[in-house]
Design a protein around this ligand. Sequence first.
Ligand SMILES: NC(=O)C1=CN([C@@H]2O[C@H](COP(=O)(O)OP(=O)(O)OC[C@H]3O[C@@H](n4cnc5c(N)ncnc54)[C@H](O)[C@@H]3O)[C@@H](O)[C@H]2O)[C@H](O)CC1
Ligand SMILES: [K+]
Length: 496
Amino acid sequence: MSAPSPRDLYTVDDMRRIDRAALDALGISGSELMRRAASDALRSLHRRWPQARRLRVHCGPGNNGGDGFLLGVLAREAGLQVDVVALADTSSGDAASARAAWVDAGGAVHAVDALHELPEPDVQVDALYGIGLNRAPEPTAAALIERINGAGVPVLALDVPSGLDADSGHCPGAVIRADLTVTFIADKRGLHTGRAADCTGVLELATLGVPADAFAQVAPDAHLLVADSLPPRRRHANKGNYGHVLVIGGGKGMAGAVHLAGEAALRAGAGLVSVATRVEHVGALNAARPELMAHGVDGPQTLQPLLERADTLALGPGLGQSAWSHALWLTALDSRKPLVLDADGLNLLAKEPRRFTAPAVLTPHPGEAARLLGRSVGAVERDRFAAARELAVRFDAVVVLKGAGSLVADPNGRLDVCPWGNPGMASGGMGDLLTGIVAALLAQGCDAWRAARLGVGLHARAGDLAACEGERGLLASDLLLPLRRLGNAVPCETDE
Ligand SMILES: NC(=O)C1=CN([C@@H]2O[C@H](COP(=O)(O)OP(=O)(O)OC[C@H]3O[C@@H](n4cnc5c(N)ncnc54)[C@H](O)[C@@H]3O)[C@@H](O)[C@H]2O)[C@H](O)CC1
Ligand SMILES: [K+]
């Protein structure tokens, strides 16, 4: 049994099983794990803040708090000044022993309302809640979390930023905004999606020396995407080798959506890209990007010949939901071509659900996912993993649930999480780009699972490269040239 890969992501239940395997099968005690956690976390703290001389550790009632108490003991032994604030009485077991060790070492345990009497620390340690968080922090804990966030002092979070659900990435209430999070034993899926990006800061994994055998009975629930690109092209090639994408959309006033999707498909390597749109957009499209073959279509009859020539479809950018839109949407679906469905293509699907027989990739944002599932956006965001998986099964398609930490799920339960992207990408047209990229990868021979994962990765990494000039004011078209470089695995200056 090999040790878990850094890409492996686990649920909280998985962590409990791994923990038990480490304790039962391998005889590693909970207190020994806690000591290792404290020791590794302190080492990370020294590495990040070598000048730190005074720590303030905030301890919760469970074993996360226990980690905090033992970190305090080790820090004092290392000559640091340490103040410990306990949120509540410490529960039993290893946490209580850790608290006793702190007191036996001469440490005081301060109540929350004595905070103002304590000297200002160089670093705050968040040991309030870890994987045991099961509801929104109560008012006292919430007030303490907001005070920690507002103190203007760096924060190291132990295992999970308190208030973040390690399973879903959802925050039911107040949440710590850490500068550094050291997570223990294995990586949790909730640390990579939803609100996690706002809370974890730099994320480090401390495996605590738990041997690979402890993972033998627990399969990872998800994986982080890897930076990938398509293989170099053969010298002897022609545009027919790289597929023909047909973008269908661009309703009234929406020419830009099909332009962006079409150009993204070209930049992602499609050999030919046609656009089926309203006749009034054709001139502008041909002028803006002559490499696109723009066609005015007024209904199924004029769309049909274009469908026959295409290898894959990008159905939905700016499509709208008019009678014209619906007629094209139905005709395109009936063609049984491999496709990417986005935007109003998804909204029409929510009204007329069907399962896909040809390879299909759906790319909903949380609102479109909510409509497809018939539930609220909040419900989708409270469990993004379940929503993405349910959509994949319901429609028998690969699903990209967009948002911070986009998820890629397939009907067989596989799920990958995108570690790249930035808030600058929350702007119009970014989704159109992704649709074109994935369609181009399908056209170049990728199956739906690979096309979605590779497309999401290229799109987000291009967004990170383009954001080097700043996230505010980042435009979708700014991603097109970085996309071309990444798609060819051309080294980029910010590659680590
Ligand atoms: N298992 C491991 O891999 C290791 C775990 N360690 C640390 O232990 C925590 C998990 O500890 P646990 O006692 O299960 O839970 P927490 O400390 O995260 O939570 C404390 C306790 O608080 C209760 N609770 C939950 N939510 C709330 C809330 N909103 N308000 C009030 N109280 C709440 C609940 O009963 C919890 O039990 C793990 O994260 C690691 O830090 C080991 O030290 C290292 C290996
Ligand atoms: K914590």
